[in-house]
Design a protein around this ligand. Structure first.
Ligand code: GTB
Length: 217
């Protein structure tokens, strides 16, 4: 059965792959699983019809027969469990790959997201200049630790896994803000992720949504 995911009708990132449908598209492409996309506006996301799929009125969602999922991590995990190639078969290696999925979403993404949100939403606040170094320090701390662990390895734990897929997705947000420039091994890690044919197909598909929008004015 072909799953359907939801994505922004008009993504604020102008198709740069930063919205969280991108990681779901990427996982589906890695899995070789065709999918349909339903585009939703910001208003439609808050309507009851969408909230039955997503309690918080957000994207992405995932529908496959009777199954409805929200949360990009849970969706990627579901795809990885149902298809070979995104999680190792050996039980301990599989558990470690899942740990990296959680690490990406629970340990690395929060400071990166918080920093990014502050630069967008809090710029005008009188305390912005004081708060920013604190947020920057938290991002840097995580990037220091992650780059130490990755070392010169290609991927976080052996072969490419859903852990890498989520970690690369999370780090891409920092790349956009220039925060990764001091971390050559993390930059190379992102280049490896972005070079994967599945990533490129997913990126092209979400960019095509932006390019199909009528230009303003
Ligand atoms: N924890 C959830 C998950 O991982 O699925 C978070 C989902 C989420 O934050 N969805 C966002 C959303 O629907 C889109 S991805 N926002 C609308 C709303 O809450 O009303 C976050 C996002 C949005 C925009 C950019 N960007 O333009 O760069 C990047 C990331």
């Amino acid at each position: 059965m072909t799953p359907t995911i939801t994505a922004f009708e008009s993504s604020p990132d102008r198709g740069r792959g930063l919205a969280r449908d991108m990681r779901v598209r990427w996982a589906l492409e890695e899995a070789g699983q065709p999918y349909d996309v339903r585009l939703v506006s910001f208003a439609a996301m808050k309507e009851p019809a969408h909230r039955t799929l997503h309690p918080f009125g957000q994207i992405p969602t995932y529908e496959e027969g009777d199954l409805v999922l929200f949360e990009s991590g849970a969706i990627v995990f579901h795809i990885a469990e149902g298809h070979p190639g995104l999680l190792p078969d050996e039980p301990n290696a599989r558990a470690r790959a899942i740990a990296w999925m959680f690490a990406a979403l629970n340990t690395v993404e929060p400071p990166i997201f918080e920093y990014s949100l502050a630069t967008i939403l809090e710029r005008g606040e009188p305390w912005y200049a004081q708060r920013l170094p604190l947020l920057e320090g938290r991002v840097r701390g995580r990037l220091d630790e992650l780059s130490r662990r990755l070392g010169d390895a290609d991927w976080l734990d052996g072969a490419f896994s859903a852990g890498d897929l989520l970690m690369v997705s999370v780090l891409l947000r920092s790349k956009a803000s220039g925060k990764l420039d001091d971390y050559p091994t993390l930059c190379a890690y992102l280049v490896r992720g972005e070079a994967r044919p599945a990533y490129q197909r997913a990126f092209a598909a979400q960019l095509a949504v932006f390019n199909s929008q009528p230009s303003p004015g």
